[in-house]
Design a protein around this ligand. Structure first.
Ligand SMILES: [Zn+2]
Length: 367
């Protein structure tokens, strides 16, 4: 079945009839924990709400004000999981969370476009993709993608957006011979009824059950971010599209402002200054290590100079560490003296080293 949402991707509300509504349990994840919630499995004559499919997550929204928790495909039906029941046979109004849906349409159409351009310029086939909450990726069938190729793909996809290229959907009967010419990627196994072909004018034609923008201009922009190694010689290419581009840029600008304050500099100096600070820190830590080693020797010598030599030696140093404590014990080098050494902040975690005659260490040491 082709749903109302697929034929009218820009509709936000729809009035339809309740066909079935039964109590059900739904698996949800809350604070990283799985749990089951009581809800109502509901089907309608048709729906403006997109059920999960083709890599696109399901919609959220309400039906007569009742929140919809999930929508999945079961054969030809879109099953909606509602918090409260609805009367079978009644007319109800569905309303979608448009910000979420429009975002999904932008990311999804962007994926079609990047896939088509990466294929046409470099012959990289897309083997899968993932629409995530903030940054999505497409998995390309190549071991690596050089930076200049990423730039070329980014330029080409954004040129198509600036060209305000049309995107349209045509439905075909499953036996239509024209379909053989078109890619089958992204079509769920349980799809029933007519096959939908999504075409980006002069760029790509592809079977898909998702919802898409009607013109690439509605994506606004696509930013390709970085790559990661995928499984079996594949490469993941991360991207943001649509409203996410400005959000991402906004987050970068916020971080940049914080860095301006922290580094007392302008953004063009950030990299140089951080590299310099890292180098300085490395050298300072090296000096500190040397100084602590010298100090440990001096502390040990100070103890050894006492006459008569005490049987117990206590020592604490806030900025010491296990190497420092160990160096004092080495310097004292007297098995008869019980040494109780500590290092660390007064109320924080720290190090404890107890050394000396076994019977005394057993009494002092932990456990
Ligand atoms: Zn699609």
């Amino acid at each position: 079945m082709v749903f109302y949402c697929q034929r009218h991707s820009y509709e936000k509300t729809y009035t339809t009839k309740v066909v079935a509504c039964n109590p059900a349990k739904l698996d949800v994840v809350e604070n990283s924990k799985k749990k089951k919630v009581d809800c109502y499995e509901t089907t309608f004559e048709d729906t403006v709400m997109f059920p999960e499919g083709g890599g696109q997550p399901d919609d959220r929204g309400t039906v007569d004000g009742i929140p919809v928790l999930r929508i999945i495909r079961k054969g030809g039906d879109a099953v909606h999981y509602l918090e409260k029941p609805l009367e079978v046979g009644s007319l109800v109004t569905q309303e979608i969370d448009w910000i979420r849906r429009h975002d999904h349409m932008q990311q999804h159409t962007a994926q079609h476009l990047i896939t088509a351009i990466a294929d046409s310029i470099y012959g990289y086939a897309t083997t899968s993709w993932y629409l995530a909450e903030s940054v999505s990726y497409i998995e390309l069938d190549t071991e690596e993608i050089p930076d200049e190729e990423i730039s070329a793909v980014e330029d080409a996809v954004n040129q198509r957006i600036r060209d305000a290229t049309a995107v349209y959907v045509k439905e075909y009967d499953a036996s239509d011979t024209e379909l053989k010419e078109i890619r089958t990627r992204g079509l769920p196994d349980d799809v029933v009824g007519p096959v939908r072909v999504v075409t980006i004018q002069d760029v790509d034609a592809n079977m898909c059950c998702g919802t898409h923008v009607c013109n690439l201009a509605d994506i606004q922009a696509i930013k390709l971010l970085h790559t990661e190694k995928g499984k079996a010689n594949k490469t993941l290419l991360f991207f943001v599209a649509g409203a996410r581009v400005l959000r991402y840029l906004g987050e970068c600008v916020d971080r940049e402002r914080h860095m301006n304050t922290l580094l007392h500099s302008c953004p063009s100096d950030h990299l140089r200054l951080v590299e310099k600070k890292q180098k300085d820190l490395k050298s300072t830590l090296r000096s500190l290590k040397e100084a602590l080693k010298d100090l440990a020797v001096a502390e040990g010598q100070k103890f050894l100079a006492q006459d008569p030599r005490p049987k117990v030696y206590f020592h604490h140093r806030r900025d010491g560490d296990m190497n420092y404590l160990g160096a004092i014990i080495n310097e004292i080098n007297d098995e008869c003296v019980l040494k109780v050494l500590t290092a660390g902040e007064d109320n924080g975690p720290g190090s404890l080293l107890v050394h000396g005659p076994a019977s005394l260490v057993a009494q002092v040491g932990p456990g």
